[in-house]
Design a protein. Structure first.
Length: 412
């Protein structure tokens, strides 16, 4: 079989009016696969993500936000003030040359600027337009929350994630911020899926579509299991109402935590042997999976953690795995940078930065023949406006005199 080294999305052009994480992550995943992503940023200051720390020094001494390395590799940057008439017109001209427009401003912003889907589709019938927002736009299924501010913690609260985390824990301490970009990343993944579906359809029909992705919807999807349980029973999540029919959870070992899942009868028997409690096998209190699952917190946690306190998290996981039981150590960043799976799957991408140092960013989880491995390409994130002249000349055929006039008038 011939090896196809062509990146699968070569020839796909995406015009991205994006900022921070949700839309930039979606377009980065596509840029990794060969799409040409033209990132539209404000002149002089750039998108808001360029102003967020922590900061680092690039190879050329430029101070750059780490956010740029997280979600903006393999892209081009053009500066453009889309609040001006000239800037709007240039954006429209670029949209005519694009396959996709992606934006993640607050709902209604692009429509007010005259750059929404309905403004652009008449000039490019195949255009796919993807909006990522907190609660969706009015075009398809309007939300009463459309005007609300939207950050990841708000989406988690409204989507039911925070309630589930709070009420599944026995701790009375406040949770605090968990530090994960759940709302942004899961919304970006749904945006990527929606974009690709619409592109596939546009190639067949010749007609583009508007794709409306809400962070609250995306996080509500993550909450599907508790919602099904509530629909069936009317009972809210709690440590005592886990609805488990097996032993599963995260438990403390001598140096950290591990996780284990004891699903079937064979695993139950081996589990008791490993933790040196074979007496439990004849105890009628644990003779069904449902009985065992309902007592994870009340009985099995203290028993399991007392036994595991003699071993490291890696040792505990290995003992269970050797017995055929699903288990794993709970890894922290120090573990992950040296993890053999992460290394083997190219899930950490290294970029050179200033003072001879390097920075590691998370790679693309989509692995594909002809792409993954030696053919993976990871270019540093673009400097602000780095590709402005190139794009205006190549796509819109502007001459240097016209470009210089745009710079002088602060349009680009």
């Amino acid at each position: 079989m011939k090896n196809n080294n062509r990146l699968p999305l070569e020839g796909l052009r995406i015009l991205a009016a994006e900022h921070m994480v949700a839309a930039p992550m979606a377009t980065q995943l596509l840029a990794d696969m060969g799409a040409e992503v033209i990132k539209v940023e404000r002149p002089k200051v750039g998108e808001s993500g360029r102003g967020t720390g922590p900061f680092l020094k690039d190879e050329d001494g430029t101070i750059t936000s780490s956010t740029m390395y997280r979600v903006n590799r393999n892209k081009k940057s053009i500066t453009l003030d889309i609040t001006t008439n000239e800037g709007k017109e240039i954006f429209k001209q670029l949209a005519r040359k694009a396959d996709v427009v992606v934006e993640n401003f607050r709902a209604g912003v692009m429509d007010k600027l005259g750059l929404g889907y309905n403004d652009l589709k008449s000039q490019n019938q195949k255009l796919v337009y993807v909006s990522l927002s907190g609660y969706g736009h009015k075009d398809i299924l309007p939300s009463p929350y459309a005007g609300w501010a939207a950050y990841g913690n708000l989406g988690e609260a409204l989507g039911g994630i925070t309630n589930n985390l709070i009420n599944r824990s026995k701790s009375e301490e406040p949770l605090g911020f968990h530090g994960l970009s759940l709302g942004d990343i899961f919304t970006s993944l749904n945006g990527t899926i929606g974009l690709l579906i619409a592109i596939f359809d546009a190639q067949r029909s010749g007609e583009g579509r508007y794709v409306d992705i809400s962070m609250m919807d995306s996080l509500f999807l993550l909450n599907e299991r508790p919602m099904m349980n509530y629909s069936l029973t009317g009972v809210k999540p709690s440590p005592e109402t886990s609805f488990l029919s097996f032993i599963v959870g995260d438990f403390r070992a001598e140096d950290g935590y591990f996780t284990v899942s004891v699903y079937v009868e064979k695993h139950w028997q081996m589990f008791c042997k490993v933790i040196e409690r074979e007496d439990l096998l004849s105890n009628p209190d644990f003779d069904t999976p449902e009985k065992r699952g309902s007592q994870v917190e009340s009985f099995f946690r203290p028993v399991l953690e007392r036994w595991a306190s003699k071993y490291s998290k890696h040792e505990v996981a290995k003992m269970f795995l050797d017995a055929g039981i699903a288990a794993a150590p709970i890894l922290d960043p120090e573990d992950l940078v040296e993890d053999p799976h992460i290394i083997a799957r190219n899930m950490l991408v290294e970029f050179p930065i200033g003072d001879g140092k390097t920075i590691k960013a998370v790679g693309n989880p989509i692995k594909m023949s002809g792409v993954s491995g030696e053919n993976e390409i990871y270019r540093r994130p673009p400097k602000l406006g780095e590709n402005t002249d190139e794009i205006l000349k190549a796509l819109l055929h502007y001459d240097q005199e016209k470009i210089q006039k745009l710079y002088k008038n602060n349009i680009i």
